[in-house]
Design a protein. Structure first.
Length: 428
């Protein structure tokens, strides 16, 4: 295959000037060669016939050209070009090519747990970089859990954990950094379980039972909190409400919840759990965003929850993916095996991830419906794609937190290319 020189200059349709600047920065960081605007180099052109993430890339002796209909497609094309470039002395070159690319799966995601171990902002920005370079689409940020609440909520100023929460300025930097690279952030506030910061900061409102109560006052507070989350993340069409692993048995002895159930004719705590999810997903919909929730509610209550809600099927314990899909939910595959990373010692190989089917679930846990042989659902069911999940359960206990998050980033960087490669080309 013929090698073609690629001059480090670019000319761009005005709508792609921001994309060009992002690419020039990454290319200079990678190869140590600066890029400037000019002729006879890389051309970024508009092509309205391309789909939202599609691009056309040509590399030829006279230069290189990428065409797309929008910024996300152009970012994808530029990331592809960056991966093909190599340094040849003081110049850049790439193999001759002419191709049209579009992903087979719209959701090519990464989730990072920022609540169990705080990650300084530069690390969070580096995950955006990893997503861009691998043509990923979504970065879910698990901002809250029992150890800390890391978002700056002004309406409840005691809620953000001191020394752990990001400032509004930092969140602003993050949202604009991701938007400039075409990466969609998915902020997560995990309720009604995993919610110790709520109890610690406002016990008079949220109680102390280990799970958030059901009460008019608590729901009003959560609506206010999620409204602020939407304001903090203006470019995020999705907001994740958590919704799994809640110790709902505590509701049996929670006066607030028992009173709410009685007033609203709710028969038991399992129905109350589904009603909790309904109220919060409806809240997100009222904000003009799409709610995302972990698999956590029971099959008997699937009809209670708006089917615009996206469900992440992960454990196949609370409800297997085949029941969620048959009930009309659109899914994201976060099958624990092989898509979970728990630094330092729980993870699966890039090869196993590259072989994973978005319509298949596996698990090592005997209580999971996916144990021991896994299961597959029919491709007629809507599965948006897959997501790697990097959890901080053990990371927080490591002796040196900097070594821990550095190792976590290494594990992600080794595996995200395999996942994204699979989701761009399911059959090859």
């Amino acid at each position: 295959m013929r090698k073609c020189a690629v001059k480090p200059v670019y000319s761009a349709d005005p709508r792609f000037s921001g994309c060009a600047a992002v690419f020039a920065r990454y290319a200079e960081e990678t190869f140590g060669i600066g890029w400037t605007e000019g002729e006879d180099g890389l051309i970024l052109a508009a092509d309205e016939t391309c789909g939202a993430e599609e691009y056309r890339l040509s590399i030829f002796p006279e230069g290189a050209r990428i065409a797309a209909s929008g910024e996300k497609g152009m970012h994808n094309g530029l990331a592809d070009l960056l991966a093909r470039l190599g340094r040849d002395g003081d110049a850049l070159s790439a193999d001759e090519a002419c191709l049209t690319e579009k992903p087979d799966c719209a959701w090519r995601g990464l989730m990072v747990d920022l609540a169990r171990q705080r990650h300084p902002l530069p690390y969070v920005l580096s995950y955006v970089d990893l997503c861009w370079k691998n043509r990923a689409s979504h970065l879910q940020l698990h901002f809250t859990d029992s150890p800390s609440f890391t978002l700056p909520i002004e309406a409840y100023p005691k809620l953000p954990t001191e020394g752990r929460a990001y400032t509004r300025e930092e969140i602003g930097i993050l949202t604009e950094y991701a938007a400039a690279r075409g990466i969609t952030l998915v902020p997560e506030v995990d309720v009604p379980g995993h919610s110790d910061p709520f109890f610690r900061s406002y016990p008079e409102l949220f109680g102390t039972t280990g799970v958030l109560p059901a009460s008019a006052e608590a729901f009003d507070a959560l609506r206010t909190i999620f409204r602020e989350v939407a304001e903090l993340f203006p470019h995020s069409p999705w907001i994740h409400i958590g919704g799994d692993e809640a110790s709902i048995g505590a509701w049996e002895n929670c006066p607030q919840t028992q009173d709410f159930m009685k007033k609203n004719g709710i028969a038991d705590i399992h129905e109350m759990y589904a009603e909790y999810i309904r109220i919060l997903t409806d809240t997100i919909l009222s904000l003009g965003r799409t709610p995302v929730v972990w698999e956590g509610f029971g099959k008997a209550y699937n009809d209670r929850i708006d089917k615009r809600t996206i469900v992440i099927a992960w454990e196949s314990y609370y409800q297997p993916a085949y029941d969620l899909a048959a009930s009309g939910f659109t899914l994201i595959n976060c099958s624990w095996k092989p898509l979970y990373i728990v630094t330092p010692d729980t993870h699966w190989s890039p090869e196993e991830i590259a072989a994973h089917d978005p319509w298949r679930w596996d698990h090592w846990w005997k209580k999971s419906a996916a144990y021991p042989d896994g299961y597959r659902i029919d491709r007629q069911y809507p599965v948006l794609g897959c997501q790697l999940c990097a959890w901080g359960d053990r990371l927080a206990g490591m002796e040196n937190w900097e070594d821990g998050i550095r190792r976590e980033r290494e594990l992600i960087a080794e595996r995200l290319p395999a996942l994204c490669g699979k989701l761009w080309h399911l059959n090859g």
